[in-house]
Design a protein around this ligand. Structure first.
Ligand code: SAM
Ligand code: SF4
Ligand code: SF4
Length: 417
């Protein structure tokens, strides 16, 4: 089980989008005791956030305690520290450090304050350099939130990050309407622009091999679209609230709750029995499926849940924008004529078709529809005419053939007819 900890309310920046503005002052020593007493039979990793986690007066003692207990540590930092402090951080065993940088200098500083880019850039450079010597930090990355300032310059920023020449992570996040961001609505961008950005990033992922890019979007339709269109490999995962299943939240006073939003029931990790007892009530709520309204036609509706606390929410508009593009893209293949690839053997059985790829030794099976579509791709029929002949929706035929194209089972013979 992982705990996400808001370690301190202190911060040396005042970012315009900060979602953490409601944290309070905590008496010194409280968090230190919390970590001393933490039960490592239940907790195996800790995410340290805040405020700025490296401003906590006991941060290095806390890291030390967690190391001794064998609990993994992940930290997100704003990186506003001098070289001595960076060197000190580098001596510690930490599973991952993500530095928040929200674009190139001007864009980042517009959001995070003047001079913050230079410091964060120096932090990233030094922490990477030191790690080549100490090897104490298993993974180093950058956390970026898409917003109105950086929206046009994320590809140049991607090149800058790729220029570090190491395997560093780049985590891209949507802006959430929390804390200050809830008031600064002009920081948000249009859905169309957001999908444009994700498409541009996806287009460039394979050209920037030093970067391990992840998109913090729990909308599988979007990830599937990007993967299919740009040959990326973003994990296509849905969402099911994992509070009390694999994560819990700890506020700046060391009190444990299922998550940041749910503060009714305090949890205890004193023992497994106590944890089960105190989390029972929340689990009853969170395990109920809570699908968005309007997702009935999406293939992912079964695995796509909204936060259990937000009832009756409409399907995210980003999905609609993406679906329109997906349909348009797939339909652009409607005049294509396909041929079966050379290294494919077709075995026609009674009610199904088995297709064997000589190249990768894979076997694919198709039911009646697939079998019939395959019987018509003999270099003569367009996707449109196959759809008419079989009375199958044009999009479904295009989608089927498009997937076969991606698997290299077929190739395009001519798309100008
Ligand atoms: C709350 S901060 C705490 C750690 C540290 N102070 C920092 O800025 O990296 C953790 C991450 O959340 C991001 N964040 C803050 N407000 C956000 C919001 N409204 N939507 C999405 N991400 C946000 C920050 O940019 C940062 O990368
Ligand atoms: S995002 Fe991080 S650095 Fe910026 S104000 Fe919030 S806690 Fe501080
Ligand atoms: S359309 Fe609905 S089910 Fe499909 S990915 Fe989006 S939210 Fe999930």
């Amino acid at each position: 089980m992982k705990i996400v900890v808001d370690l301190t309310n202190k911060c040396n920046l005042s970012c315009k989008h900060c979602g953490a503005t409601k944290l309070k002052d905590c008496p010194e020593g409280v968090m230190l005791n919390f970590f001393k007493e933490l039960n490592s039979d239940i907790i195996d990793s800790v995410d340290l956030l805040g405020g700025e986690p490296f401003l906590h007066p006991n941060i290095f003692e806390i890291i030390n305690i967690l190391n001794k207990k064998g609990i993994l540590i992940n930290i997100i930092t704003n990186g506003q520290f001098n070289d001595d402090f960076i060197n000190r951080i580098s001596q510690n065993n930490i599973s991952s450090i993500f530095v928040s940088i929200d674009g190139l200098e001007k864009d980042n500083d517009n959001l995070r304050g003047k001079g913050s880019f230079k410091k964060a850039d120096n932090f990233l450079k030094k922490i990477i350099k030191n790690n080549n010597r100490f090897h104490n930090i298993s993974f180093i990355g950058v956390n970026t939130v898409i917003n109105v300032y950086n929206k046009d310059n994320l590809i140049p920023f991607m090149l800058y990050l790729n220029g570090f020449g190491e395997n560093i992570g780049w985590q891209i996040n949507p802006l959430l309407g929390e804390g200050k961001a809830a008031e600064n609505r002009d920081l948000f961008i249009k859905n169309e622009d957001e999908i444009d950005i994700l498409e541009n990033i996806a287009k460039n992922v394979n050209l920037n091999k030093n970067l391990i890019v992840s998109l913090n979007y729990n909308l599988p339709l979007i990830l599937e679209y990007l993967n299919k269109r740009y040959s990326t490999e973003f994990p296509v995962k849905g969402y099911q609230c994992d509070a009390c299943i694999s994560t819990i939240y700890c506020d700046e006073f060391g009190d444990l709750y299922p998550c940041r939003k749910y503060r009714k029931k305090i949890l205890s990790v004193e023992s497994m029995e106590r944890f089960q007892e105190t989390s029972k009530e929340f689990l009853k709520l969170s395990l109920i499926e809570n699908h968005y309204i309007g997702c009935d036609n999406c293939a992912y509706t079964g695995i796509c849940n909204n936060c259990p606390l937000e009832k009756e929410r409409q399907r995210p508009e980003l999905c609609q924008v993406c679906e329109n593009r997906y349909v348009e893209y797939i339909n652009s293949f409607k005049n294509c004529i396909y041929m079966v690839s050379k290294d494919i053997i077709l075995e026609n059985l009674k009610n199904k078709l088995v297709l064997i790829s000589i190249k990768n030794d894979k076997k694919y099976e198709y039911d009646v529809n697939g079998k019939e579509i395959y019987s018509l791709i003999n270099g003569k029929n367009t996707v449109m005419s196959i759809s008419q002949k079989l009375d199958i929706d044009l999009f479904d035929v295009s989608y089927f053939l498009y997937n076969e194209l991606i698997k290299s089972n077929i190739r395009i013979l001519n798309n100008s007819i």
